[in-house]
Write a protein that binds this ligand. Structure first.
Ligand SMILES: CC(C)(COP(=O)(O)OP(=O)(O)OC[C@H]1O[C@@H](n2cnc3c(N)ncnc32)[C@H](O)[C@@H]1OP(=O)(O)O)[C@@H](O)C(=O)NCCC(=O)NCCS
Length: 244
């Protein structure tokens, strides 16, 4: 197999969407791919000029976070994933990812020094309504470029939360600050009664039991993998599974 690696260009995005969907991630979009390539690195692997896989990393507080790693099912188990990971991680000693429970991915992450730490749990609950819709505020925390991307993707940015309100469903993409329960109480009250609310956080976070008391339950999980140099921040509670 004559494998070549290069940076992704917009003309690749249709192929990336299809490969991600085949790998169980149907929600990739052009804006997301362009964003990963602009703030981090997005590499594609090709065979005879055909895209067969891709990997992305984005910067998170001095570390490189693997946002994406996908290989077309027909080309797996030939070392493509390993070559891709090397190409995006070689310049970074401090590494982490929230992506995937796939056994081959976990094996590769460990090979690159990222050891499985704890689960990132996704929980679902319902909005109760009763207050006005969320109003945009002034984001009080770090990673402004990621917050800008979320805003351009249609999310409402408040002082401490990033929330995408869809039709019948609400995704919380980030909650930061000392009072996550307060930020989430606002989200639960702002949604239309019965709308599904979905959010992800580390399993050990005290917010998990608070959410259970609000009727939320676990629907999915990923595994947080990291090099020992990556420390956890107590300020961030909810994260976006791809971008952190
Ligand atoms: C994870 C993924 C990218 C790996 O790509 P790949 O090209 O097959 O990976 P490689 O061939 O470079 O290496 C995979 C390693 O894991 C091993 N492996 C493959 N399947 C495995 C399994 N089910 N259990 C354990 N190890 C496995 C391979 O044998 C190989 O190790 P080896 O070279 O020592 O034999 C690919 O499986 C994939 O796209 N999965 C679905 C999407 C996903 O979950 N991505 C991760 C997060 S976004």
């Amino acid at each position: 197999m004559d494998l070549e690696l290069r940076r992704a260009v917009p003309a690749d995005f249709t192929a990336l969407r299809a490969i991600a969907a085949a790998g169980g991630s149907p929600d990739g979009d052009d804006r997301y791919f362009a964003f990963v390539g602009s703030i981090g690195t997005l590499m594609v692997a090709t065979v005879d000029r055909l895209v067969v896989g891709f990997a992305g990393v984005v910067p998170v507080r001095g570390s490189a976070m693997v946002s994406d790693l996908f290989v077309d099912p027909a080309h797996r188990a030939h070392g493509v994933g390993r070559r891709l990971l090397r190409s995006v991680l070689d310049d970074h000693a401090s590494r982490l990812t929230f992506s995937s429970t796939h056994p081959a991915a976990l094996r590769l992450y460990a090979e690159f020094g990222m050891v499985a730490d704890e689960r990132l749990v996704t929980m679902d609950g319902v909005a109760v309504g009763g207050s006005a819709p969320l109003m945009p505020g002034s984001w009080q925390h770090d990673r402004p470029e990621v917050i800008d991307h979320f805003r351009r993707s249609g999310a409402v940015i408040t002082n401490h939360s990033v929330v995408r309100v869809g039709v019948g469903d609400v995704e919380v993409w980030r909650v930061d600050g000392h009072e996550p329960e307060r930020a989430l109480s606002d989200v639960i009250a702002a949604g239309a009664p019965g709308d599904r609310i979905s959010l992800s956080m580390l399993e050990s976070h005290p917010l998990v039991s608070w959410l259970q008391r609000q009727g939320f339950h676990e629907t999915d999980h990923d595994i947080w993998c990291r090099t020992p140099s990556v420390t956890r921040t107590t300020m961030v509670s909810c994260v976006h599974r791809g971008l952190g």
